[in-house]
Design a protein around this ligand. Structure first.
Ligand SMILES: Cc1cc2nc3c(=O)[nH]c(=O)nc-3n(C[C@H](O)[C@H](O)[C@H](O)COP(=O)(O)O)c2cc1C
Length: 507
């Protein structure tokens, strides 16, 4: 009966388990004595959620086998880990429950030494820049700038996160021109006042923490002249807004939404002016001392508007094929690479999937990554969507990580995963399986500036030892570790007591 109800691909070996669970559940429902229609409805409602999870895992597993050549270049240790975690239902800590000694051996192998280190706390080097671990504070607009100048809010906000244990703190999308800002409260880097304010923030991060700090440069394009996030993301400024609506530029004259302005299609002269503005900003970023630069080519902003076929309807050399659509973003990228110091990483954020009919897909993302790699990109920061209001993303934990996995392992370039990564266990699994090199964590860092320190403390005292806290906070760290250890002891006692009660009941 169970087998007739649901099935899952055999590659995770859960078909029989699923069938037995289905049958047991149905029997239990009948035992309630409710009318048969209610029994079947309750059964269906409860089981379909669990079955979907198993079927998703089975699909992941099938895809892993179907694309096994993607992982064939890995060393055998990592290949085995990738195989074991292919369904994404078995995480790092789950593997520890099954075979702690094996996992510790793998952690030590991955860390390149004798001691086991949680994968997310291993260092990572690109060019001359070594990050102390794999956790990045993802760029997040704070809508708190005045005339493009970052304020004390930015110093405290970014400073706190630099003290909080992440290896790299990315500054929000910062525009090379006044019109390139998303909102009137977004940051810019086109004048001396902005440069001085950013230099102060960089100097604090370098002087008081062991984190690196990066700048994300981007122009809002068709999504510009809009309101601060909490007044309506992507909605145009009110007609009586003191800043006035400013004219927009994009690849093609396609408005982002019914209420948004229709942008002007960029002319060749616009492109030259814009590239020069990006270069000037990058030069200012060099002067500020930033460690890392990222070009924002995602989320429907100016450069993304060239890449997606849904927003690029040009008939010149900058429209049509993916190669053509990437031409202008690649021009800007190459111009940045020419002025950005050779020893410092330059990354690019892309939308790996438009999540909309006729839009880009993961196959296109792989092709885009190849183009940016050839242009000298050091890492692809793999986001998705936000390029069209028609998008219907399929959300879920780590939902964009499969795109990073494809890019890293098919193109052979470093990749940053982002999106719904909320737990250390997930970050450890992603890094250990070689699905991405870095994990960018956004919203959890709004809730907790010290996410990395706190996540490491929860993992184990050994993990906590691998992460530096500012000396000023050591007594807080020690107390936190003691409290966590006590909580774990209590939990272990509760588990033991429960097990004893169960055994007694059976006897
Ligand atoms: C308030 C807020 C502002 C954001 N601003 C930016 C930004 O400036 N640049 C960017 O590339 N992504 C931006 N994002 C997207 C995040 O960097 C990240 O990709 C997204 O939130 C998914 O990660 P999460 O699930 O960890 O939050 C923003 C997200 C939030 C929540």
């Amino acid at each position: 009966m169970g087998d007739a109800a649901h099935t899952a691909h055999f590659s995770i070996g859960s078909g029989t388990k699923l069938a037995l669970e289905d049958a047991i559940d149905l029997a239990n429902e009948f035992a309630t004595g409710l009318p048969i229609d209610d029994v079947l409805q309750h059964y269906e409602a409860r089981r379909s959620i669990e079955v979907l999870k198993i079927q998703n895992a089975a699909r992941n597993s099938t895809e892993w086998f179907e694309n096994v050549e993607r992982y064939a270049g890995m060393e055998v240790e990592q290949f085995s880990y990738s195989l074991l975690t292919r369904s994404q239902r078995i995480s790092h800590e789950n593997l520890r429950l099954r075979d702690a000694a094996w996992l510790e051996g793998y952690e030590a192998w991955l860390a390149g030494g004798k001691a086991a280190v949680p994968p997310m706390l291993t260092p990572f080097t690109l060019r001359d820049c070594t990050l102390k671990n794999r956790i990045v504070v993802s760029p997040m607009a704070t809508y708190s700038a005045v005339d493009g100048v970052p304020q004390d809010f930015h110093l405290v906000h970014l400073g706190a996160r630099a003290l909080g244990g992440a290896a790299l703190v990315m500054v929000e999308m910062t525009s090379p021109t006044p019109e390139g800002r998303i909102t009137p409260a977004c940051t810019g880097l086109w004048n001396d006042a902005q440069q001085a304010a950013f230099a102060r923030i960089v100097s604090f991060v370098h002087g008081s923490s062991t984190a690196k700090i990066g700048l994300q440069l981007g122009h809002s394009g068709p999504k510009g002249s809009t309101r601060v996030g909490w007044e309506g993301t992507d909605e145009p400024l009110a007609a009586d807004d003191p800043h006035g609506n400013w004219p927009l530029l994009a690849a093609s004259p396609i408005a982002y939404g019914e209420q948004n302005q229709t942008p002007a299609a960029m002319t060749r002269a616009d492109m030259d002016r814009m590239t020069a503005a990006f270069v000037a900003s990058a030069q200012r970023a060099v002067a500020c001392g930033f460690d890392w630069l990222e070009l924002h080519c995602a989320h429907g902003y100016l450069l993304a508007s060239f890449i997606s076929p849904l927003t690029n309807q040009r008939t010149d050399d900058y429209g049509g094929s993916l190669d053509n659509r990437c031409r202008y973003p690649l021009e800007v990228f190459a111009a940045l690479r020419a002025v950005w110091p050779q020893g410092k990483p330059l990354s690019v954020r892309i939308s790996a999937h438009d999540w909309a009919p006729g839009g880009t897909t993961a196959d296109d993302a792989v092709a885009m990554a190849r183009l940016f790699k050839a242009a000298g990109a050091d890492l692809i920061d793999v986001s998705s969507g936000q390029t069209t209001r028609a998008a219907k993303p399929v959300y879920g934990r780590m939902y964009q990580t499969p795109f990073a996995d494809r890019i890293r392992n098919e193109v052979g370039i470093a990749a940053m995963a982002v999106g719904a990564i909320t737990e250390a266990d997930q970050a450890n699994s992603i890094v250990a399986a070689g699905r991405a090199d870095l994990c960018a964590i956004a919203r959890p860092h709004l809730a907790d500036p010290a996410w990395t320190q706190h996540a490491a403390a929860q993992l184990s005292p050994m993990a906590a030892a691998h992460i530096d806290w500012p000396a000023q906070y050591w007594s807080g760290r020690d107390q936190m570790l003691r409290e966590i250890s006590k909580q774990k002891q209590v939990l272990a006692q509760v588990n033991q007591a429960q097990a004893a009660i169960k055994t007694e009941a059976i006897e």
